[in-house]
Design a protein around this ligand. Structure first.
Ligand SMILES: Nc1nc2c(ncn2[C@@H]2O[C@H](COP(=O)(O)OP(=O)(O)OP(=O)(O)O)[C@@H](O)[C@H]2O)c(=O)[nH]1
Ligand SMILES: [Mg+2]
Length: 379
């Protein structure tokens, strides 16, 4: 049968109108903020408003959760933490989150896209995020985490963060990593709390932009199928943001976004894919948007997948803001030979976590093969 006719026949048989099918094609989007940082990020998002996504705040710290803004809040691990937090122990974060597995499953059920955000290095976010990601993957959702790596001054936390990141990469489709130490590139030399604020805004805005470019009619909609194609099994990803004004606004903004990636990514030309989001005033044209995409295409691997979406923000007359996510980058942060989190269980609070072997610039081929093998059920 002719493909068009076949399509019309199966649509008729489904008993659904084109509008109903179009509505179903937009995935249900869920955002989880986990732990202190994650909750601060989703509070920001909730305050600004986000269309087309439901926000969940999850924390083992009841006091912090009580001042967090979200559509739903879930207290993690009351039986083991008593509402007092996980004290920096990721293995507690794992257990606390597992206690809420049923609620988390219910929240994710029927969703196509799940975002998980946390600051790695503490207990709740570091231990809990991979648990949530595993549930989301098992339920078939495209699972994207956006996390921060602690400042160098938080030394003991850095070790735990690297472990947490490796576990997250194993279960997520994509993990967008922001190295707090590189925040200065966009934020300047700010005091710690203000720098956290910059990271919170950046992550919240990114999740909001991607969700809305998929769920709400935009200048250039981001197709969920394209997002899936770029993000599925893409491992560690870096993010950069740049702004521009005047005649060369697109070129300047893209160049800045590519040059201020918030993770050390090695060579740009080796990236496997890119997701580009462009926000601009009413004066932004389709040509501007295409130009931004083309510049990114010309800078990364020749066969890389690139997809873009654009939204108009009438407050941005004459200016554009470009966000570029580079996927499948080299990661200096992945850790090999992990023991289960449980081995840290007997340690007393205040004792530094055991040093683990950190693979500087892990052999990419090896890492990727393992990950793809798992995702595709081959390896
Ligand atoms: N972006 C951002 N990062 C933060 C913020 N607060 C802390 N961090 C970072 O996130 C890491 C983890 O901190 P928290 O999120 O407070 O830890 P937690 O997940 O609540 O863990 P426990 O309190 O041990 O249960 C820290 O080491 C910081 O690097 C914040 O408000 N925003
Ligand atoms: Mg906490």
């Amino acid at each position: 049968m002719d493909r068009n006719i076949k399509g019309i026949v199966s649509q008729a048989l489904s008993g659904k109108s084109i509008e109903e099918i179009a509505k179903e094609a937009i995935p249900r989007i869920v955002v989880f903020g986990v732990g202190g940082a994650g909750c601060n990020i989703v509070s920001w998002m909730k305050e600004k408003g986000i269309s087309g996504a439901k926000i969940y705040a999850l924390n083992s710290d009841a006091k912090h959760l009580s001042i967090t803004k979200a559509d739903e809040r879930i207290l993690l691990g009351y039986n083991i933490c008593g509402g007092l937090g996980c004290g920096g122990f990721p293995e507690q974060g794992v257990k606390a989150t597992e206690e809420a597995a049923e609620e988390i499953e219910k929240a994710i059920s029927g969703s196509g896209l799940v975002f998980i955000t946390a600051g790695l290095g503490g207990g709740t976010g570091t231990g809990g995020s991979p648990v949530i990601a595993r549930i989301a993957k098992d339920l078939g959702a495209l699972t994207i985490s956006v996390v921060t790596i602690p400042f160098q001054v938080e030394r003991a936390r850095l070790v735990k963060a690297k472990e947490g990141l490796s576990r997250l990469v194993e279960v997520c489709d994509a993990v967008i990593v922001i190295d707090n130490n590189r925040l200065r590139r966009v934020a300047g030399n700010l005091p710690l709390t203000e720098a956290f604020g910059v990271a919170n805004e950046l992550i919240a805005t990114f999740i909001k932009n991607i969700s809305e470019t998929i769920a709400v009619p935009s200048l250039v909609n981001l197709d969920f199928a394209d997002l899936k194609a770029i993000m599925t099994g893409s491992g560690v990803c870096a993010i950069g943001v740049g702004e521009g004004q005047g005649d060369t606004k697109i070129e300047d903004a893209v160049e800045r976004a590519l040059n201020t990636q918030l993770l050390d990514i090695g060579e740009l030309s080796k990236c496997e894919g890119a997701l580009v989001h462009i926000e601009g005033g009413d004066d932004m044209t389709l040509e501007d948007v295409t130009k931004a995409g083309e510049i990114v295409v010309s800078r990364i691997a020749p066969n890389a997948k690139v997809s873009w979406g654009a939204r108009v923000n009438s407050k941005m007359q004459g200016a554009v803001k470009v966000t570029v996510v580079l996927t499948g980058v080299d990661s200096p942060f992945l850790v090999q030979g992990l023991k289960p989190f449980g081995v840290l269980g007997g340690r007393r609070a205040g004792v530094e976590a055991e040093e683990v072997e950190v693979v500087e610039r892990a052999e990419k081929g090896k890492e990727r093969k393992g990950l793809f093998g798992r995702m595709m059920g081959k390896g």
